[in-house]
Write a protein that binds this ligand. Sequence first.
Ligand code: S3P
Length: 172
Amino acid sequence: MKHILLTGFMGSGKSTLGKKLATLLGRPFVDLDGYIEEREQRKITSIFATDGEPHFRQIESAWLTDLLQRDEPHVIALGGGTVCFNNNLAQCKALGWLVYIELPVPALTERLRTGRSQRPLLNGLTETEIEQRIRQLVEAREPFYRQAHQTVKGLNLNAKILKQLIVEQAGI
Ligand code: S3P
C-alpha cells in the first residue's frame, strides 16, 4: 500500500479533493504546504518573500522526503511546483501513486483570480498578466505533471469519482 500523491497546478483542487479522498479511503491526509508551514513555523508567502524561491524549493524537497518516509499509507496533496524540482518527481513515483489533476488554463485562471496575494508566483500581477503567467508555467510544468502514474480531468471532478478512478487504475 503506497501513498496517494496529488499533483497539478495551483487551484486544481489538490487539497480540497485530497482531504475528502483521504476520508473516503480511511487514510490520513497531509497537505505538503501546510506541513512545511507547520514545521518551519512560517507562512509559505514569508519564506518566498524573505529567502526566495530557491530556498523554498530546498526545504520543500527536504520536508517531502521526510513525509514520504511514513509507513502508514497517506493521501498527500503536493504543492503546484513540487514535482518540477530536484529529485521530487522520482521520489514521488517510487514511494507513491502519483495522480495529476489536469485543468484547462482558462478554468485555472478563473479559480486563481481571487486570493492571489497568498500565491507568491502570481502575486502582484494584473488581470491580463495572470492568464499569460499561468499559461507559461503550465506549459513549462506539463512535461513533469505528465509523468504521473495517472492523469484525471479536473473539471467537474469530485472526491467520489476520483476515488473510483484511482481504485480502478492503481488497484488499491
Ligand atoms: C507553488 C504552489 C503552491 C506553493 C507555493 C509554490 C507553485 O502550492 O507550494 O506557493 O510553484 O506552483 P498550491 O499548488 O497548493 O497552491
